[in-house]
Design a protein around this ligand. Structure first.
Ligand code: FMN
Length: 271
């Protein structure tokens, strides 16, 4: 009887220990110009997680053109950048927040190189990225294709121009996805999609402004109330740069935030 009791207690202890074991979390990121680094530090601080930078042996320290040229040359030669060894054992972590700048529509090559260097099978990966206009959606699709045995959880992305908003958004993201304790008010669903009116188009045009990579006209829109303003999800049709040239129909989706008393800004483009 006593033996049975000891066994039952040991079993109970084992079960409760395994349930209480907090997942080990690593924030692993690459950043060329420190924007992604700022988000990585925010996440690591909030979670008390370990932080590890992906460091190419030869840093990308050129301007955008030089970096793009180096990427194009490497891609043509089927090469990825050589990385410095990690200072942590990535295999020892259960959850990896993987951060990167978007380069040419997806995660930057140093992150592609890191994915060759570590085995993330069976782990949970939370992508986060920074970008000029967008690329969270496309990079997540690429991660899913690259890592079929890894659970890719919903990610977070922010424009370089909106990096000041990242602190509050990261806090909301971590809480609403259950990584951090705390109450958050869920956002309402977007309204039904409606044809964009002239007033909607004016908001779209103001938000996109002179951003060089977007040349499009709003066609449809949905909206919802968010704390302090309205968020819009526009569908917009690409316009030819030269009005004399016909281009095939192509539509983009653009999230726009219109905060009370402020100019509307776009927060993310889905291509
Ligand atoms: C070579 C290169 C390619 C880029 N390609 C894109 C792109 O396709 N889409 C985009 O929205 N931003 C693009 N960007 C902008 C970066 O994603 C953005 O500046 C990012 O915040 C930089 O992060 P970092 O400071 O952590 O390096 C590119 C930047 C570089 C240097």
């Amino acid at each position: 009887m006593k033996q049975l009791f000891v066994l039952a207690t040991a079993l109970l202890l084992a079960v409760s220990c395994s349930q209480n074991k907090a997942p080990k979390t690593l924030v692993l990121y690459y950043s060329q110009t420190n924007t992604t680094k700022a988000v990585a530090e925010e996440i690591a601080n909030a979670l008390g997680a370990d932080l590890e930078a992906i460091l190419p042996v030869v840093p990308y320290d050129g301007d955008m053109g030089a970096t793009a040229a180096r990427c194009a040359k490497d891609a043509a030669e089927g090469k990825l950048p050589e990385l410095k060894p990690f200072t942590v054992d990535v295999a020892a972590y259960d959850v990896i927040f993987l951060g990167y700048p978007i380069w040419m529509g997806t995660y930057a090559p140093p992150v592609a190189a890191a994915l060759e260097a570590v085995n993330l099978d069976g782990k949970k990966v939370v992508p986060f990225c920074t970008f000029g206009s967008g690329g969270l959606d496309t990079s997540v699709k690429d991660l899913q294709a690259k890592l079929p045995n890894t659970e890719i959880l919903p990610g977070y992305g922010v424009r370089t121009a909106r990096i000041d908003a990242a602190k509050a958004e990261v806090d909301y993201f971590l809480k609403s996805n259950g990584f951090l304790a705390g109450e958050v008010t869920p956002l309402p669903d977007f309204s039904e999609v409606r044809p964009a009116t002239e007033a909607d188009a004016a908001i779209f045009d103001a938000a996109v402004g002179t951003y060089p990579m977007i040349h499009a006209a709003a066609t449809e829109v949905a909206s919802r109330a968010v704390p302090g303003g309205i968020e819009y999800l526009f569908t917009a049709k690409d316009l030819p740069r030269d009005p004399a040239v016909e281009i095939p129909d192509h539509f983009i989706k653009v999230y726009v935030l219109a905060e009370d008393g402020k100019e509307p800004v776009f927060t993310q483009v889905l291509r």
